[in-house]
Ligand binder design. Structure first.
Ligand SMILES: *Cc1c(COP(=O)(O)O)cnc(C)c1O
Length: 372
């Protein structure tokens, strides 16, 4: 008997209206009016040189792996505490993944221990902004310059969040966002590639449209189009883009409500002394986009108890990633280094319900149960 789900996708009310418009405009394949509106919105608001909608963040990461020209034998540095796609997109191009540990007090990649993982085969670093909270990007970008590496931000959770005043997704060479229904801004399934360097734009458009120069043709830049490179069908239909546009029109409102809920949890927990539970740590260089409210227990047993206690009251709290370095698929390929912070978050982090339509009363009830 679930009373409070973990997530509930929020509809602004305009989604079906815009989908209707897209359908009856007669153009429902990709790269039409709604796609362009969404892409321009992101470019204007966050300063990306180019934004391309994709069918998922996973797809956007696969595009990054192709653009980075990852070859078999190349190494890519990825945090172990992340979603499968962060690593898998590069594995499909033949990369060897070198897993990095999290910070001691925050699930993000520990920037102070990346340099020791770099070898002559390293091609890219993929920081993941966990919970929409920025990784420490300055030292990461310094390493990229020093060793001539690409930085690809996995910004799946990081829409509308900032590092020292700069929008996440605009700092690395490339970035990938998700509009999966579990994120702040949604389109069911969906994603975006953000490109911050001119040199990638032309090739990205070609990879996006099945290896053809179709985009240039429709802009009148070439008089016929054909097969010019590798690629796939990475672009979503206008139906998806129309849905996303309804969400983008409400971005401020969605973000404001999520922040209120996040702060309400945090205020209640900060006011009582929670035995053996640590609250989220937002570093001073980072903003909080209220993607997630999590707590960190001291042990797996304690977390299991807490999840059970909430479940008995009909409240769904959930744990998150299992460390990728010890996954069934990758553990035999991992070099054996122990990543104790990643394992700690895998065992001890618990996420509380967080969605637009969660009520203040529900937050109070959940917070009361956790602290009681
Ligand atoms: C959600 C998520 C993804 C995958 O996004 P999709 O749009 O479902 O492909 C990748 N990385 C992280 C960190 C995520 O949270």
């Amino acid at each position: 008997m679930t009373k409070v789900p973990f997530n509930k996708p929020y509809l602004t009310g305009k989604e079906a209206h815009y989908i209707y418009q897209a359908v009856y405009s007669g153009k429902i394949s990709g790269n039409g009016i709604f796609t362009k509106k969404c892409q321009e919105f992101f470019e204007n608001r966050y300063g990306f040189k180019k934004s391309l909608l994709t069918t998922s963040c996973t797809d956007a990461l696969e595009m990054c792996a192709i653009l980075a020209e990852i070859q078999p034998g190349d190494e890519v540095i990825v945090p172990s505490y992340t979603f499968v796609s962060t690593a898998l997109a590069f594995v499909r191009q033949g990369a060897k993944i070198v897993f990095a540990d999290s910070c001691p007090d925050n699930p993000n990649i520990d920037a102070s221990h990346i340099e020791e993982l770099i070898t002559p085969n390293t091609k890219a670093i993929v920081p993941v902004h966990y919970a929409g909270v920025a990784c420490d990007m300055d030292p990461i970008m310094d390493l990229a310059r020093k060793y001539n590496l690409l930085v690809i931000e996995d910004a799946a959770q990081a829409i509308d969040s900032y590092y020292k005043g700069r929008p996440l997704g605009s700092i690395g060479h490339l970035a990938a966002f998700s509009f999966h229904e579990t994120k702040n801004i949604i389109s069911g399934e969906g994603g975006m590639l953000a490109i911050n360097e001119e040199r990638f734009i032309r090739r990205a458009e070609i990879i996006w449209e099945k290896g053809t120069n179709r985009a240039e043709f429709f802009r009148g830049e070439v008089n016929k189009y054909g097969w010019v490179d590798t690629g796939s069908s990475f672009l979503p239909s206008e139906v998806i883009a129309a849905f996303l546009w309804a969400q983008l029109e409400n971005l401020e409102n969605i973000q404001q409500r999520r922040r209120e809920l996040w702060n309400r949890y945090n205020d209640v927990f900060s006011a009582v002394v929670l035995p053996r539970i640590t609250l989220p740590n937002i570093p001073s260089y980072a903003t909080n986009n209220a993607h997630m409210y999590y707590l960190i227990c001291q042990s797996l047993e304690q977390r299991t108890e807490l999840i059970k206690k909430l479940k008995e009251k009909g409240i769904l709290a959930v744990f998150h990633y299992l460390s990728l370095h010890s996954s069934e698929y990758y553990r035999d390929k991992h070099d054996g280094r122990v990543l104790s912070n990643a394992d700690h978050f895998a065992e001890c982090l618990v996420r509380l319900p967080m969605f637009y339509e969660l009520t203040n009363d529900e937050v109070d009830e959940i917070a009361h149960l956790v602290s009681g």
